[in-house]
Write a new protein. Sequence first.
Length: 321
Amino acid sequence: MMKHLTSLILLSTLISVSACKKKTIKVQGVTRIESGTSARLNKVSCNGGICIVCGGERFLSAEILRSADNGNSWTFGSYPDAGKGMYGMGRTPAGTLYLSGVDGKVLMSKDNGITWSIKQIPYWNYYLSATCPSENRLMFANTAAQNYGNVLRIDSSFNVIDTTFFKFGLNEVEMVNTKVGYLAGYGAVLKTIDGGDNWTYLDVKNDNFNGICALDENQVWVCGYGGSIFRTRNGGGSWERLINGNNMLKKQYSFLGIYFKDSQNGWVFGEKGVLLGTTDGGDNWKAYESFTKEAIRDATMAPDGGLITVGDNGNVYKLAL
């Protein structure tokens, strides 16, 4: 009986491994781009043909990369006056960039990343995320070792409007417009419909949620460090679990973020170079062949249609799609 049971387990394992192999996406073309730094890179954004990457050493340096050729080459800049790593990136409708980081340090650019000025948030917290719903309304999300966090609203002169406190860490905030936005944190996802005056808990649980992609008010995906992915198509009224991070029978992932270029095509990425893609809105996911062992912390589309990923050890990659 035991021998028969062992054989069944072995057969099941072989079938599972075979199935995983069939779901692997072969990378047609991947290029590692010289970044000029070995620091951790946290966010990437492209707009109007210009791409910006931010990162740095947490308590030592703010580092920024800028590309004017679709992410094929980058110029490197270090900002010792800031002296702290940059973790969040937000862009106003008119194009002003804000980078947020450790001890409330912020870098601002009004010329698409050519020059930067240093600002100081009144609270010396660890601001992981930034979003800019209007020219005069900025929002930053903070975490303190995942034990508590806050959402800070300020105007463009850095006057504090208000602060909303939570008894858990906050990892990501994303405003879709001046009224509607989403917030991801340790064990919770929340929504606002009044510009951040109030936040309502949504029915998404059991993970440390650290990635949000909101295409509009209704289509939203969130992912967590525990390996789960959820989707709503009705503004958070109901959610579908696309990947169950608690399923021990499937490969375990530690996700760090999620990005969709449209309602069908998206990617989720994380520790140890994991990159999964979908072409049907998240119903099915396939893993890309490994091209790095370093964490991938963010991804976006280059102006020419390639996928840019950034992560640990100064890694910048561009994938042909």
